[in-house]
Design a protein around this ligand. Structure first.
Ligand code: TEU
Ligand code: CA
Length: 558
């Protein structure tokens, strides 16, 4: 088996704005990240993914870029970045940056020129269309609610923005745009970074003719995510970014590819032809979407989760490599969503960690997940900062929806659940800053913080360290074949990893009940040795036993 560094790595996502403030302005920054590299190294992290750090007006907290090759004022200078890169490499760690190709900020010089006149040479860097019947060119909805089109008075045309109106989509059909982006990619790689997480990459190719979406329910605008994507036609673009951008470097690339069907994975992540090393698929994090989509917060069940994870684990076998995650800066906190933060905070945090980190793929830990940070209960809209939330709230107001129901949906789904400041200790601003931060700290930081857990051998943080060490110490947990067991069980998730005769069995109770576990007949021939558990495990070699609430146990089978 050829050893590949990004397959053996543990990755950690940093949202710089909320990670660590070094200069007392209430906003996280690059020097703050540098001050925490020893903490990350001690945890066992090999690769850090840093969300956008480039110049930006921060309409979407850095995902609206006004200069790809300079550092955002809030986060520091290019010299700060160069020392971050040096400090990461000094520790034999790696750093990947966030690559946002689908759109820029409306304050990017390209867009300032493009919007200045219809015959500006950069007009076709973006997607401009005439009005249709006096309104938007089509019925697409922005991901952030409302129309995906914004009217520009000066040139009397609309421009497309799948995200916020301050994030105009680049026209990827224009070869000059693709060439400009390839040059920027190589500029960063020549600086010595170790790869990219590629933002919103499944949205870059739009359906030819930008047709209206079917609108059977006569909605004001129709969800663009399914409609505009030309998943089949996108190959030409992502292969160009690979061959002209990534291919000549020893790097790690992971595409944020919501909506990519598993039938397409060879084009995206095939060991030979894939454009990226891995992709973040979204099926498990969309599991609690109701029929109305993202803001329709519906219950989820274990059977559906098993089906999804099983599909991606077995579906990529021999084809490609998974990117494993339960949280990121866009998702609610996993213990609040899939565990029980009230009655079994520690047990369910550890169970969820065991669940996803021992599967086939590179595990990504999102800042704060390693200490079990939870969703935040903001009751005032003014406590939120995310443009997506404000757009949603405004639309619900326009549609005269019940405000309390709107706030309930926001509290459950808000991306700001993951963007409250990192909880380092129980001092006045959670050790994140010396002043009031840009967004309120979760009031539970007194109980949930790094300082308290570092010294507690039974803490979630300590469990993550043991889990990472267990994974790194056993090739079966990295390269082993994944097989699922007890697929019909409604509360227990069970899988094995097998490699060159080494077998591990992972048992997870996804409930607060005490379901009976019965060892599958095919596994009963093995003796079992517990190598990790999140609670006192008293059933060493019994073939039938009751699992404890949110119990996770990892056996080596001999
Ligand atoms: O998110 C892209 C994406 O898939 C979004 O539709 C995501 O599901 C949404 O943000 C959840 O509401 C990326 C970034 O991760 C996100 O933070 C940015 O806002 C977005 O692209 C635009 O750059
Ligand atoms: Ca700062």
């Amino acid at each position: 088996m050829r050893k590949i560094w990004w397959k053996e790595a543990i990755a950690y996502e940093i949202y710089p704005r909320s990670f660590m403030d070094s200069n007392g302005d209430g906003i996280g920054d690059l020097q703050g990240i540098i001050s925490k590299l020893d903490y990350l190294q001690e945890l066992g992290i090999d690769v850090i993914w840093v969300c956008p750090i480039y110049k930006s007006p921060n309409d979407d907290n850095g995902y609206d870029i006004s200069d790809y090759q300079d550092i955002m004022d809030d986060f520091g200078t290019m010299e700060d970045f160069d020392s971050l890169l040096r400090e990461v490499h000094k520790r034999d760690m790696r750093i990947i940056l966030d690559l946002v190709l689908n759109h820029t900020s409306d304050e990017h010089p390209w867009f300032v020129e493009s919007r200045s006149s219809r015959d500006n040479p950069k007009r076709d860097y973006y997607i401009w269309r005439d009005a249709k019947n006096g309104a938007e060119p089509n019925n697409w909805e922005s991901m952030f609610n409302g129309s995906a089109w914004e009217y520009d008075e000066v040139t009397e045309q609309y421009y497309l923005h799948l995200y916020s109106r301050k994030q105009p989509d680049l026209n990827m059909e224009n070869p000059i745009v693709r060439q400009e982006l390839v040059q920027m990619i190589r500029w960063w790689l020549d600086k010595g970074i170790d790869g990219f997480r590629v933002d919103a990459i499944s949205h870059i190719k739009k359906l030819p003719g930008l047709p209206d979406m079917p609108n059977p329910c006569n909605l004001r605008y129709v969800d663009a995510t399914e409609g505009h994507r030309n998943i089949r036609g996108i190959g030409e673009f992502i292969q160009q970014f690979k061959h002209e951008g990534f291919a000549s470097y020893d790097i790690m690339t992971v595409g944020e590819a919501s909506g990519i069907p598993i039938s397409q994975v060879d084009l995206w992540i095939g060991e030979k032809n894939g454009a990226f090393n891995m992709i973040f698929q979204f099926e498990h994090v969309n599991i609690d979407f109701g029929p109305e989509g993202r803001w329709d917060c519906a219950p989820w069940n274990l059977a559906a989760l098993k089906e999804i994870m099983n599909k991606w684990q077995t579906g990529l076998e021999g084809i490609g490599w998974n990117a494993l995650y339960l949280e990121n800066h866009d998702q609610p906190r996993s213990v609040s969503r899939f565990g029980d933060p009230v009655h079994y905070h520690k047990e369910s945090s550890k169970m969820l960690a065991t669940f996803y980190m021992l599967m086939q793929g590179t595990p990504f830990i999102y800042q704060g997940q390693e200490i079990g940070m939870t969703n935040v209960e903001f009751n005032e809209l003014s406590d939120y900062r995310d443009v997506e939330i404000y757009n949603f709230y405004r639309e619900r107001l326009m549609d005269q929806k019940d405000i309390e129901d709107t706030m309930r949906r926001i509290r459950y789904r808000a991306r700001d659940n993951a963007r409250t400041p990192m909880q380092w200790d129980d001092t006045v601003h959670s050790g994140f800053s010396t002043v009031v931060p840009w967004i309120r700290i979760n009031p539970n930081y007194h109980e949930i913080n790094v300082a308290k857990q570092i010294s507690d051998p039974d803490s979630i943080l300590h469990y993550y360290k043991m889990l990472i060490a267990l994974r790194k110490g056993n090739e079966a947990l990295i390269y082993g074949k994944y097989e699922s067991w007890l697929m019909d069980h409604r509360e227990i998730f069970a899988y094995t990893r097998t490699f060159e005769g080494q077998v591990f069995l992972v048992l997870l109770n996804f409930s607060g009940n005490t379901p009976e576990f019965i060892i599958p007949q095919e596994l009963s021939k093995y003796s079992r040795q517990v190598v990790l558990t999140n609670v006192e495990h008293t059933s060493q070699n019994k073939d039938t036993f009751e699992m404890k609430p949110y119990e996770a146990v990892v056996y080596q089978l001999n």
